[in-house]
Design a protein around this ligand. Structure first.
Ligand SMILES: NC(=O)C1=CN([C@@H]2O[C@H](COP(=O)(O)OP(=O)(O)OC[C@H]3O[C@@H](n4cnc5c(N)ncnc54)[C@H](O)[C@@H]3O)[C@@H](O)[C@H]2O)C=CC1
Length: 371
């Protein structure tokens, strides 16, 4: 049976508006039929439900671009090793998924649509299983890391240094998932804020957000000597290394992966002009400015421009980060890296495209923070 993306997309479009209900039904069904799987999931399932639908949406809408989809599914399969997912679980998940789409797309459901879903799911599951199997030969499913540095830079933001028990291969700009002892089975993503160092240490920039279990545990309840677990490195916002000039736009703790990329450029021997626009709502939230200024004074081709958006008395550059970026100059011909709140990233991409920067020159990642 060959893949029929159109049938899958059309039926999925009926489910998207009722995603919450469909996800609740999916997990209800999964756990009713396979009670032993419940222990693999976090106690509170709300974020998990959003994740499931986020991933499913991305998969369904990418069915027409097999290369991108295979890369995404490959990463997903490798990342799922840390949950203890094995090949048999995919059958249980496939059955629950099929029951869910059958129910929520009942008005159009027929044998042809069912076959399209079975084919698509089987293909996707096979890619995930194969990539997990291949990864098992060369890489651990997860890493232990000891907290060796914990600096509270603002009441909400901590810069945390971890020492890993084994090498964790990653590229500058990538992120990892983190689990704390306080919240077993709850994993959240955080970008690695340094280029690979060769001493197994990495840094994370963490803002404790209201209702954010892991971020609050990391900022408020974590001490030097504590241990956390990490999953493998993920993400596609990695250095282009083209030698062209670079624009970096970092909002808040979105600075983390951008800083790793800038460190990489410093270490690469390339000397492009790098503009780093670093935005915060208030000056006191420019939590890493001292370090960035130190880097700027050591590397004259690096320009750091802090921008503050919500403090009228601030005597530096004030305004919306994306507007300041647009006003400053044309960025056509630059490699661009953007990270921060999702709305800021979208706005930056829109403005850049409007001003002649093609999408292929803009790198960003969709990373869901907490809650
Ligand atoms: N790898 C990744 O994708 C990472 C993503 N993040 C995300 O970055 C965000 C950082 O959040 P906070 O530190 O709380 O940042 P924040 O909410 O304090 O904002 C930071 C900056 O972005 C600007 N901004 C916010 N919304 C904007 C909009 N709609 N248009 C233009 N500018 C806007 C603010 O004015 C400020 O300059 C989180 O959403 C987090 O999930 C953080 C780290 C890594």
């Amino acid at each position: 049976m060959s893949l029929n993306p159109r049938l899958v997309k059309e039926s999925f479009a009926l489910i998207e508006p009722v995603a919450d209900k469909a996800a609740a039904y999916f997990y209800g069904r999964l756990f009713a039929e396979n009670p032993h799987l419940r222990g693999m999931f976090p106690p509170a399932m709300d974020v998990q439900r959003d994740r499931l639908f986020g991933a499913l949406t991305r998969i369904v809408w990418s069915l027409d671009s097999p290369d991108g989809l295979a890369a995404f599914l490959g990463q997903l399969g490798r990342d799922h090793r840390k949950y203890g997912v094995v090949a048999e679980h995919y059958t249980a998940i496939g059955n629950a998924l099929l029951a869910t789409v059958r129910r929520f797309a009942a008005e159009v459901w027929d044998a042809e649509i069912e076959a399209a879903w079975v084919t698509a799911y089987t293909a996707a599951a096979n890619i995930m299983i194969e990539s997990a199997d291949a990864d098992a030969g060369v890489s651990p499913a997860w890493w232990l890391a000891e907290v060796i540095g914990h600096e509270r830079r603002t009441p909400d933001i901590a810069v945390i240094t971890l020492r890993l028990d084994r090498d964790l291969p990653y590229l500058p700009g990538q992120y990892v998932t983190v689990q704390t002892a306080r919240w077993p089975r709850v994993w959240r993503t955080f970008s690695i804020a340094n280029a690979p160092r060769g001493d197994r240490t990495i840094r994370l920039h963490v803002r404790a957000v209201p209702g954010g279990w892991v971020s609050t545990a990391l900022v408020e309840h974590t001490r030097i000597g504590d241990t956390v677990m990490l999953g493998p490195a993920l993400g596609t916002m990695t250095p282009a290394d083209s030698g062209r000039d670079i624009l970096c736009v970092a909002g808040g703790t979105g600075l983390a992966p951008i800083k790793a990329i800038v460190e990489h450029v410093i270490g690469s021997g390339l000397r492009p002009a790098v503009h780093l626009l670093y935005g915060a709502r208030r000056a006191c939230e420019l939590y890493d400015l001292t370090d960035l200024i130190r880097m700027e004074s050591a590397f004259p081709w690096l320009r750091v421009l802090p921008v503050v958006s919500e403090q009228p008395g601030y005597d530096g550059v004030r305004g919306r980060l994306t507007e300041v970026m647009e006003r400053l100059r044309s960025w056509a011909g630059h490699d661009v890296y953007v990270c921060g709140p999702a709305a800021m990233v979208d706005d930056a991409v829109r403005r850049l495209q409007r001003n002649g920067v093609p999408l292929t020159d803009i790198r960003r990642d969709v990373v869901h923070g907490e809650p």
